[in-house]
Design a protein around this ligand. Sequence first.
Ligand SMILES: Cc1cc2nc3c(=O)[nH]c(=O)nc-3n(C[C@H](O)[C@H](O)[C@H](O)COP(=O)(O)O)c2cc1C
Length: 390
Amino acid sequence: MASSKEWFETIAEAQQRAKKQVPKSVYLALLAGSERGVTLKDNVDAFGELGFRPHIADLPPHREQSTTVLGQDISLPVLISPTGVQAINPDGELAVARASAAAGTAMGLSSFASKPVEDVVAANPKTFYQAYWMGGRDVLSTRLDRAKRAGAKGLIVTLDWTFATGRDWGSPALPERLDFRTMVKFAPQAIQRPRWLSRFVRSGALPDLTAPNLAEPGEPGPTFFGAYYEWMQTPSPTWADLAWLREQWDGPLMIKGIMHPDDARRAVDIGASAISVSNHGGNNLDSTPASIRALPSIAEAVGDQIEIVLDGGIRRGSDVVKAVALGARAVMIGRAYLWGMAANGERGVNNVIELLRAGIDSALLGLGKSSIHELTPDDIVIPANFTRGM
Ligand SMILES: Cc1cc2nc3c(=O)[nH]c(=O)nc-3n(C[C@H](O)[C@H](O)[C@H](O)COP(=O)(O)O)c2cc1C
């Protein structure tokens, strides 16, 4: 159990601690966002526009949060969204896997992650492998075979990426590799963050900035930027490619990055098991409205035909309750757990998940609901024009 001093009480506090703990370039890589940052901000602000309609008596003594996503039982309607980030903590995705397994939930593992899928599945058997459409059908199929052999329980294919990532607040300078020359260059940043540095020194290795899951097990993976280049060179998929992918992967499949009801219908047509209503956490096509604004129309279009998950802007348990009330089965979190890991490693990730669980519980209590499955849009005050025509 973490000491009370270590324990943060909001995700905002985790973010402040993260900023002090990790080098500036790592912090900026986690903050991410694109162009003006309109979508990045709207993802969070939109939740603040939604209100609750609480009750004060006959409140339920116990509240139920468990559900299933992609065939996996989860103890709360919150999953780990895949994030391809490196160098936060030497344990990386293993810390996230252990914390999410201990909390009884599932995890998406990015194909740009720093730890092998075999080790992550061993730490959390409820792991879904996330792929981008990169390298074409044959290359993809080899990588999916590896994930399958490793025991990944589902596949998340993320499609909302346009390679436009310039930011008005500047992008971090990230090295291709940490060789001696770059270490000297980054030393001033690292020295200002001695706890971060000492964790890596104690682990016996500096971040190697590679993507091990894009090679065969045991072989050296491409560098992060080499992999990004491969992705940029691959033509984006057609719906026929995605139907092929559905055939290739004989387990549950989620299509991540859907903001349009037409795409949600196409996902149903090809036989996907789930979609994530998502704009990549505001890291992609800036000026796309918040994902929560797109949820009601997508839930109306396909809510009875496919599992709907939402990600983008979840910072507290009450946000989760709002999303579930508006039609999501569960949500996925990105920055929230990244801040937690940057602030306090595995315990920090656990801290984040438990904060969300407690926040969901108190929102259910206030709304007089004994289960997340009883939530409906009637529990929410939705201002006029909230969906912005989405
Ligand atoms: C630093 C960073 C890296 C990400 N990398 C990936 C990735 O590799 N694959 C993917 O599907 N989504 C990736 N995402 C998007 C997240 O899975 C998720 O959609 C997003 O973070 C949700 O928004 P939130 O951060 O506000 O919770 C990344 C997000 C961030 C912030």
